[in-house]
Ligand binder design. Structure first.
Ligand SMILES: Cc1cc2nc3c(=O)[nH]c(=O)nc-3n(C[C@H](O)[C@H](O)[C@H](O)COP(=O)(O)OP(=O)(O)OC[C@H]3O[C@@H](n4cnc5c(N)ncnc54)[C@H](O)[C@@H]3O)c2cc1C
Length: 380
């Protein structure tokens, strides 16, 4: 559906460029990268050269200028077509961690981080979730206490994507009293004293590094504060909308891989004297997959277009994230059934995507939390 009316000719050209890059430089390697638990750092530089980190970042730092949510969706969907969600998760951790730096950072911090991030030489991570909980962001426990020209940061963050290789972590900290009005955002260089990290092994997204971060009285210069003290919560919430859109696009891409794999298999394989695709049960499964993918993608594109018009469809983005994880779940399940035993073999994209469903249904705001947010926004 790349001929959607929301896309310009430039969008189409950009999609083709990303698709070719993914087919040539990513897809052939994803199985090895996933088994190895990581992809080469060089991939950041290749993606930076193509401008893949530039959406929404000002030209003065090397970005593409004005924000374009449709472009963000194109990149996330096309990279997900490689069939390993860990690539997009790690490669684009910059998109969830660097926008607050551009929005609220001092000129010095922006100049220190953004140009290198856009070329792929600097990697940023977002540190919100803590061992004590991720959904209830307003109750986070990591503290940052001002002493002279520094903040002293103490606490832990966990499940942090690119946590092991990040050069900077955009970190949610408590600088004030309880609740959302005591939360600030601090960019923490990975070189500060007292900072350490350990890797987490996971069900899926194997080639995306995920870490627990430990802050043991880390002295962080006060100029790394984003905006003013205790004003971090709205920035975090606004940032989630783009993260969720990116996740939605990744899920649409993954669901599409499941459909493509299942369709090719169903056309090729014969059981009981006819192609799998000629059995009505299998035909219906394929149509259900195609139907839900088309509906989810169309909704995502509409939301991206609305965001480009200056609207803030918070409830709808939350609902669409639920729609996307249910779509991915359905497609992973039905593709696995259609492939039969072959879907259970390591290295098959359907096997990999099947293991990646849950992180999408939980990360960046779980299905339960998304429904709750939508209910509040809709005044239910
Ligand atoms: C691979 C991976 C990568 C991640 N990357 C990052 C990252 O880069 N940065 C980052 O900050 N975080 C990251 N996360 C964390 C992720 O965002 C959290 O896991 C998620 O927000 C849920 O938080 P939690 O795991 O602490 O679950 P909890 O908040 O403890 O919730 C547990 C369960 O209870 C449900 N629940 C909670 N409250 C309610 C309620 N009020 N009503 C109904 N149900 C409720 C939740 O939906 C969930 O199913 C990542 C997670 C994973 C698995």
């Amino acid at each position: 559906m790349s001929n959607s009316p929301f896309y310009s000719e430039d969008h189409g050209l950009f999609r083709r460029t990303v698709r070719e890059f993914v087919a040539a430089e990513i897809t052939p390697h994803v199985n090895d990268w996933d088994e190895a638990g990581g992809f080469p750092r060089e991939l950041y530089r290749q993606a930076g050269e193509l401008g893949l980190f530039g959406v929404g970042f000002a030209a003065e730092y090397g970005g593409l200028g004005e924000h374009d949510a449709l472009l963000l969706c194109i990149i996330a969907e096309e990279v997900a077509r490689c069939g390993a969600g860990g690539v997009g998760a790690s490669l684009f951790s910059n998109y969830i961690s660097a926008p607050p730096i551009q929005l609220a950072g001092s000129d010095a911090v922006k100049n220190e981080v953004l140009p290198g991030m856009l070329t792929g030489d600097i990697v940023c991570a977002l540190g919100i979730t803590e061992p004590g909980g991720g959904s209830d962001v307003a109750n986070l426990k990591t503290t940052a206490t001002r002493t002279g020209d520094h903040y002293v940061v103490s606490g832990q963050k966990t499940f942090i994507t690119t946590g092991m290789r990040a050069d900077y972590v955009t970190t949610a900290v408590r600088t004030g009293g309880p609740g959302p009005s005591g939360v600030s955002l601090l960019v923490i260089p990975a070189t500060v004293d007292g900072f350490s990290r350990t890797s987490i092994s996971k069900m899926g997204w194997w080639c995306s590094d995920t870490a627990t971060l430990y802050f043991d009285e880390c002295p962080v210069p006060a100029e790394y504060l984003l905006g003013v003290e205790n004003a971090g919560f709205p920035i975090i919430m606004n940032n989630f909308n783009y993260e969720r859109l990116q996740l939605i696009a990744g899920m649409v891409g993954a669901a599409q891989v499941c459909f493509d794999e299942a369709l090719a298999w169903a056309r090729d394989r014969t059981t009981f004297g006819q192609r799998l695709a000629d059995h009505q049960v299998i035909r219906h499964k394929l149509v259900e997959m195609d139907r839900t993918i088309n509906a989810t993608r169309a909704w995502m594109e509409l939301l991206a277009w609305q965001i480009n018009q200056g609207e803030r469809p918070v409830a709808e983005v939350a609902e669409c994230k639920v729609q996307a994880s249910l779509t991915m779940e359905l497609c992973a399940r039905e593709a696995a059934q259609i492939l039969g035993g072959a879907s259970y073999a390591r290295g098959n994209p359907v096997e990999r995507i099947y293991r990646e469903v849950r992180v999408n249904a939980i990360g960046g705001g779980s299905e339960e939390i998304m429904r709750d947010l939508a209910a509040r926004q809709l005044g239910i």
